[in-house]
Design a protein around this ligand. Structure first.
Ligand code: ZN
Length: 371
């Protein structure tokens, strides 16, 4: 049984423009820290949702995101602590380890106003968009963090899921990370994001529906059942320790796609206990270290958490998991979604998951992380 790390301590601050900042650390954070805000003034967020009648789903419009007036100086890192006398960033100096703040250009915002009507149903883009800063260090990634820091991140994702999910208008909370310019990340500083949605978005909704149906049929969890099959097969397993498994799914839609999940179903991040948190942290870091070892440099990916909705209903069918989506084809070429993926929704993958799993197993082994 791994030693339980110190509890994560949180302090909430308010920026001059009214946005919240949450600082997290293992040691108490002193009072009197003032939260900065970058120059350029507050942004009035007016995101709106319009209904796509043929797909039966909402499309989000965040036109306010284009109103960027402040041109930052060269080398400006808005996620670094503000230096004394320096250009204000999003975060204060101080002994914080992980920090979260409300995105200045949110795609979903708590106070989004009622939009004007149009041809299709509309609704305010209410919800939340937050930025999660993993470290004060300007470079690196999840693979470079201490394990205790990755565990703290899991605490932070759980804390935000709990607090955002408790808002009546929020039905789903999704932490994610876009890493690398290849997947659209504009900042190098190690960070991720959290979107809190006023409905269960289509992809998790579809997974949850299949999980519900499987549970009604068999009395067991769908991902739990699939994990057992993956473990019995064994060829695509990258990590299996203390009840957490990382694997290339037999049905991977992308080369180097990896999933990480507890063996036993846990509905969401707020349900993760200390031993599971420790194993989850090791698995996440091992996957990123394996990715980075593949080519000897930072590997781009999109990482998403899927968990139980926060819509007030019980979700015994939900099984917390992480999905990693790299942007590559077999070689160095980027995989752009094109005709069949965009137009038909059928993915074509030019590599079998078994072959990519073998490459990743070798990379994890080289990084000393194969378990
Ligand atoms: Zn999923």
């Amino acid at each position: 049984m791994p030693a339980s790390p110190a509890a994560t301590i949180r302090r909430r601050l308010t920026k001059p423009d009214g946005r919240s900042v949450w600082l997290y650390a293992a040691e108490p954070i002193p009072e009197g820290i003032e939260a900065p805000a970058p120059r350029g003034g507050p942004v009035v967020a007016t995101p709106e949702l319009r209904w796509h009648p043929l797909r039966a789903e909402w499309v989000d419009y965040a036109a306010n995101r284009q109103e960027r007036t402040f041109l930052p100086p060269a080398g400006y890192d808005p996620l670094a602590p503000t230096e004394p006398g320096g250009e204000p960033t999003e975060l204060p100096a101080g002994p914080w380890e992980v920090a979260v703040f409300e995105n200045r250009f949110p795609s979903l915002a708590p106070g989004a106003p009622e939009p004007p009507g149009t041809l299709v149903p509309t609704r305010p883009g209410r919800g939340a968009c937050e930025v999660v800063v993993y470290t004060q260090a300007a470079k690196g990634g999840l693979g470079d963090l201490e394990l205790s820091r990755v565990e703290m991140l899991i605490d932070v994702w759980a804390d935000r899921t709990r607090e955002l999910g408790a808002r009546p208008e929020i039905e789903y909370v999704m932490p994610f990370e876009n890493r690398g310019v290849e997947v659209g990340a504009t900042l190098q500083h190690p960070h991720g994001q959290i979107y809190a949605y006023p409905f269960v978005p289509p992809i998790p909704a579809r997974e949850l529906e299949e999980e519900r149906r499987h549970r009604a049929r068999s009395g067991r969890g769908l991902l739990e059942t699939h994990l057992e099959a993956e473990l019995a097969d064994g060829r695509r397993i990258l990590f299996d320790e203390e009840g957490v498994v990382a694997f290339v799914p037999v049905f991977a839609r992308y080369p180097y796609e990896v999933w990480v999940a507890p063996r036993a179903p846990v509905p969401g991040l707020p349900d993760v206990d200390a031993p599971l948190r420790a194993a989850f942290a090791r698995a996440l870091r091992a996957v990123v270290r394996g990715y980075d070892a593949l080519r000897g440099r930072p590997f781009p990916y999109v990482m998403v958490f899927h968990q139980a909705p926060t819509d007030g209903a019980a979700h015994p069918e939900a099984h917390l998991h992480v999905e990693f989506y790299p942007p590559y084809r077999t070689t160095e070429r980027l995989k752009y979604l094109a005709g069949t993926e965009i137009g038909a929704g059928m993915f074509t993958n030019d590599a079998l998951p078994e072959a990519k799993a073998a490459e990743l197993q070798a990379a994890l082994s080289a990084a000393g992380e194969l378990r």
